[in-house]
Design a protein around this ligand. Sequence first.
Ligand code: FMN
Length: 256
Amino acid sequence: MNVYKERHSVRSYSFVPLEIEHYGKVYDLINNTCKLYDNIGVDIKLIDSTDNIMSSYRMVTDFIGEVKAPYYLVLSSQKKEGYLYNIGYIGEEIILEFTKLGIGTCWVGSPVSYDKLYKEVNFKDGYEFVILIAFGYPDDNEVSKIKKRLHKDDIVFKGEIKKELMTIMDIVKMAPSSLNSQPWRIHVDNNTWHIYMKKGNTITNSSLHQLNKIDMGIAIRHIIKGSKEQGFKPEIISRDNMKTEGLDYVLSINFN
Ligand SMILES: Cc1cc2nc3c(=O)[nH]c(=O)nc-3n(C[C@H](O)[C@H](O)[C@H](O)COP(=O)(O)O)c2cc1C
């Protein structure tokens, strides 16, 4: 299965409990996260609304808004530099592995009621709520609406992608992003990809800017996971003096 192609945002769920075997895998995945930055503490709590549909489900959907799901992951983090990239990276690994199990997912970055959320979840000291991931088995009638993706020439603003890395480009293109904004831009420099984030109009849309940082972590996870599967040994490096007009430099990835 091409997990990157298979994954799509699921917004219509069947309200049945997870199979026992899947429960175990879900807990393994949330307890053994694969991080972009090891020095940033991340905590993931699971909200299960299948056990008491009448009370807890109603309460949960109350604060979740548009995506009503049987389960949610509540991702919280220490607020250190790079924490949003880190959350995107960690969450997307979980999402891709859930996809392999037939579990549908949707990132939920729309506003939540903090009062209700903080009543439902005990956050660790020094950790702040960042984002939710809705999940569960897709409803039988659930259909994947194919979302438009940017062409590679809109993503790569400098350099030419080598033939052998073209598959990785396709894998990045399929990454989910807030409002399908696909903020990733790439400067290709031989075997190194310098990854940038497109600057939005942050004055009018600062919450999208925050979500875009999560999007970048998601794309980076696609690049690292996808390239490892293709036999590369990607190495993440940070370069100085990488300023480019209209873009924020995030990091570079060297493929060996
Ligand atoms: C950080 C982030 C936040 C998102 N927030 C929401 C949301 O609040 N509600 C929603 O329905 N979809 C949300 N999405 C899903 C995107 O709309 C979706 O990924 C994008 O349209 C591409 O579609 P696809 O995931 O089916 O490929 C979010 C995605 C990301 C990455």
